[in-house]
Ligand binder design. Structure first.
Ligand SMILES: *Cc1c(COP(=O)(O)O)cnc(C)c1O
Length: 391
């Protein structure tokens, strides 16, 4: 099919819920994508942080192909090898205790919220179920994770929303202290708010949150759906913040492009979800798990160090341009936000796409880059050259 035919079928048959950029993608290699007509795009998005080890990654393709030939799915009524190996990797590389697998981020956060409320219910009974999250956060699109999301624009249309969520300003510990009443069971944070604008939390603030919560047996829930799986230069971002969360959620980049998500709990929270209290049909899917195992195998210490270096390379290059449209440069590793001055991020991103560079936006003011972690310096240079000319 041609790009024009594909767009026409989308318009006729697909609910128009996405503000898509004007680009049709057919295939990819490394961090470079091609339209059906052969137009080339450098990918600074990895499908919103999903294709963590790029396109046409031979070992990853081999791993998922071999698994699909053996067994594509078996329900969670039975045991199988891929998910147990993956859970072992995730537990040992985080120093946490055990894992529940879901299929995407919103669903992972639902599990994390359920776990937090049940932890408190089991120990303290009813009435200690409030979860505090941060203004400008994003936690998903289900009715409950929309409640958790601290951006007013998401609290519309779908009333009634799930009760029991409060939002406080990020990086202001007094605000949290004031809201940490006896009905609170957990605090839920992104260490770098992704959708909200690539806004990192201060290290001191995060440590103070962890201490305050620990003193009241309030759980610290870290949404690592965007920051996790090597994105910020460590396997998970919390490993750079010097805290030990009670539960973290992951999704996006974990399986290298296949749907998978989940939560990892520490010892204290490892036995809260018991038989019958939580489940999902596809959770821990063997093909996704095989893909995830290969992603984790490739994200060794050397590869993670490269993520940090590449992130610095992109940041330093942009800093060196002295362009009037460039404001703050934010983020860690290959999670980069560049605030725009006098230009709408959406317009800048579309101009990038028109010129052969896929680019994301974040919050009201920023362009956001989440390239495949395996992107080459040559591809980064090509992409940066396009960005420079657009700016
Ligand atoms: C993307 C994202 C989600 C939602 O994940 P889905 O897979 O789209 O459900 C939740 N939290 C954060 C921080 C995200 O970046």
């Amino acid at each position: 099919m041609t790009g024009t035919e594909i767009k026409a079928l989308d318009a006729q048959n697909v609910m128009q819920t996405y503000g898509r950029f004007d680009a049709v993608i057919e295939r990819g290699e490394g961090a470079t994508l091609y339209s059906p007509e052969g137009k080339q795009y450098i990918d600074f998005t990895s499908g919103i942080g999903v294709n963590s080890i790029g396109y046409g990654n031979k070992k990853w393709v081999d791993a998922i192909t071999a698994q699909a030939m053996k067994l594509q799915h078996i329900s969670n009524l039975y045991y199988s090898e891929p998910y147990v190996k993956l859970a072992e990797q995730l537990a040992s590389r985080t120093g946490m205790k055990n894992v529940f697998f879901s299929n995407a981020g919103g669903e992972a956060n639902e599990g994390m919220i359920k776990l937090a409320r049940k932890y408190s219910f089991d120990k303290y009974g009813r009435g200690r179920s409030t979860i505090i999250s941060l203004i400008q956060s994003f936690h998903g699109r289900t009715i409950t994770t929309l409640s958790a999301t601290g951006q007013e624009s998401f609290h519309n249309f779908f009333f009634p929303f799930t009760e029991g969520f409060k939002h406080v300003a990020a990086n202001e510990i007094e605000c949290l202290e004031n809201e940490l009443t006896d009905d609170v069971c957990a605090v839920m944070i992104e260490l770098i708010q992704g959708e909200g604008g690539v806004l990192p939390l201060d290290s001191e603030y995060v440590k103070a949150v962890a201490d305050l919560c620990a003193s009241k047996d309030v759980l610290v829930l870290v949404d690592e759906i965007q920051t996790g799986v090597g994105r910020t230069g460590t396997l998970f971002a919390f490993q750079q913040y010097g805290i030990k969360p009670d539960v973290i959620s992951f999704a996006k980049g974990i399986a290298g492009g296949l749907p998978m998500g989940g939560i990892i709990a520490n010892e204290k929270c490892s036995k809260v979800l018991t038989p019958g209290t939580h489940a999902t049909t596809f959770g821990g899917n063997p093909v996704s798990a095989a893909g995830a195992l290969e992603v984790l195998r490739q994200l060794d210490d050397a590869a993670l160090e490269e993520v940090t270096k590449k992130g610095e390379y992109i940041r330093n290059t942009i800093k060196g341009w002295n362009k009037s449209a460039v404001g703050e440069i934010r983020g860690k590793g290959l999670m980069i936000g560049v605030s725009m001055k006098g230009v709408l991020p959406k317009d800048a991103a579309q101009a990038c796409v028109d010129n052969g560079l896929l680019m994301l936006t974040a919050g009201a003011d920023a362009l956001r880059m989440l390239p495949p972690l395996t992107i080459s310096y040559e591809e980064m240079d090509k992409g940066l050259e396009i960005l420079k000319s657009v700016l």
